[in-house]
Ligand binder design. Sequence first.
Ligand code: PEP
Ligand code: MN
Length: 365
Amino acid sequence: MKKASDTLKKLNRSVVPAAKWLPHESVPWVIAGPCSAESLKQMLATAKGLVKSPHVKAFRAGTWKPRTRPNTFEGVGAVGLDWLQAVKDETGLLTTTEVANTEHVELCLKSGVDILWIGARTTVSPFSVQEIANALRGVDIPVLVKNPINADLGLWLGAIERLFDAGIRKLAAIHRGFSTYVETEFRNQPNWQIPIELKRRLPSLPLICDPSHIAGNRPLIEPVSQMALDLGIRGLIIESHIHPEEALSDAKQQVTPKELCRLAARLKARDTALTDRELKGHIARLRAEISQVDSKIIEDLAERMKWVEEIGRLKQEHNIPVLQITRWENLLGDHLDKAVKAGLDPEFVKTVFEIIHAQAIKRQL
Ligand code: PEP
Ligand code: MN
């Protein structure tokens, strides 16, 4: 049995740089196009708008769509591959689509799709990933691996390793965020520490950010893209539709080609001297940790309020006053002791808990 760490070392040594299979002059380099292929007209109109940006180097469109619920649009199927070919003929952009099984792989190879991607719902399944890897044995094609839906670095690494073991050397990882049960501003939580850890383990593996699926809405696409660039990620995959509101899937998160070209031009890539970049990378990593803690604080506050409301119901049922002053005094005293031990300013902690307590009272009224 090979050791997993040996595979990673070998992978890191032999993975092909992105510039070799997706030539680009500037950072960020962008893969753009609709969530789903819908018609030849939609594909061509979108691609002709996108190719105007010097950043856009490849065109994406899902032909088979893994939808959460049945009876929604599940993609146009193989005919979308002909439309991808038409896009390539008209614009010169490289093409990419999602594959989830052997049949998809065979059809894509036959129709000359340039790059394949594995979707988040497939990365979670080692059987499916292995099936795709087997179908690709002996084929020299770039494969992009989206992170699994759940925040599991092992599954992500595992999928990448399976492809590598099948001989694929043009590999990249796509960070598209992770689903959680908590409602946040993001459709999928970025959990930046996971792509950062992937980068630490496989520094040579090209990493691409998918701000569209992280954000789930148009306004957040730009800040998420900039955050990715600030972390040192150089490639982006962004959804774009000629008429976003009419899109058959992911309508809320697609931008027009014009908007995408402008957005790409506004992004600031961090490409200064190495030492400087290292420093900035370090700062960005620390910021990611801080954002992570902040998200946790928000989740914890939400959970605290949930318990508070439950207590509130109980107090009401038993006719007990909402404000229990001794409990509040004891709680504050305990928290201040803990704060001092943790090296925090007790005045600061007192202010924070006074606000939390006031909100808790409000929730029980
Ligand atoms: C997509 O790219 O449209 C898609 C289905 O993405 P994911 O697999 O990340 O959900
Ligand atoms: Mn999509």
